[in-house]
Design a protein around this ligand. Structure first.
Ligand SMILES: [Zn+2]
Length: 255
């Protein structure tokens, strides 16, 4: 059990050996938590505990991947913050966006580990040689998580030289960069017209059907960026939010 996170140890102790076995309501039940689905206003989920038992209420209007993330987040609070009062904003990108409470970040990290434990996630992503949103979606479906949660975990795993960015109409919200990419490649805050991301954010298209080549200059404000080409793909995740995957394959950029 060495090197495993608290969430991963919990999964191992329950004998979970496949992504399809991560049944959150069953896991919650073993910990004394009952999960209910109700329409909620202004929040995704909440937990109310008394003694050794608790009730987690999840917004019944949210999509399935979102609900799973919320349940996992609340299980995190039960395991780590019992007895404290929590105002919950479960967010798949919680670590990447400024959050007021450290406990919220910790619960988001617990949720990502519970839903995509590295001992199951790494073997799953080794099944695919390359990375694009089609593969992000397939792995997300395998683990029952959203495209965003799957993409963050994939890029964060450090298996591919990739950067994942989230933009809305006010600019960049957050990004995550693989450890394979040198920190000098720091993405621009504003979108550039050379990238199809701008077209997708402000236009009618929902995504790039496949990866496309673009000058690195479109994404990086560096004196030498124009010398290189990178690969990009953008996917709209809500009315005013897009995710972009950048892949850097040029060895000189990765040196
Ligand atoms: Zn919370």
């Amino acid at each position: 059990m060495k090197g495993l996170s608290i969430a991963e140890k919990l999964l191992k102790s329950l004998g979970i050996t496949e992504p399809g076995e991560i049944d959150l309501e069953a896991i919650a039940w073993t910990l004394g938590i009952k999960v209910k689905f109700r329409p909620l206003e202004g929040c995704e989920a909440r937990i109310i505990g008394r003694g050794d038992t608790a009730i987690v209420t999840v917004n019944s209007r949210s999509v399935a991947g979102r609900q799973r993330f919320s349940i996992a987040h609340e299980i995190g609070h039960w395991e780590l913050h019992r007895g404290q009062i929590m105002v919950c904003r479960p967010d798949e990108a919680g670590d990447l966006i400024q959050k007021t409470s450290p406990a919220e970040k910790v619960a988001d990290r617990f949720a990502a580990d519970l839903l995509m434990p590295s001992y199951l996630f790494r073997p799953a992503l080794k099944m695919y040689r390359r990375l694009d949103f089609d593969i992000v979606r397939k792995i997300g479906d395998m683990f029952g998580v959203s495209l965003t949660a799957s993409a963050i975990r994939l890029v964060g795993s450090g298996e591919h030289p990739a950067i994942l960015l989230c933009h809305n109409q006010n600019g960049r919200r957050w990004f995550v960069r693989s450890s394979l990419i040198p920190t000098r490649w720091f993405p621009r805050i504003e979108l550039q017209p050379e990238s199809s991301a701008m077209d997708i954010l402000f236009g009618k298209r929902s995504h790039d059907p496949q990866l496309r080549c673009v000058s690195a200059d479109a994404w990086f404000d560096r004196y030498d960026a124009h010398k290189f080409e990178i690969v990009e793909q953008t996917f709209r995740i809500s009315a005013d939010e897009i995710l972009t995957l950048l892949i850097i394959e040029d060895d000189e950029m990765l040196e």
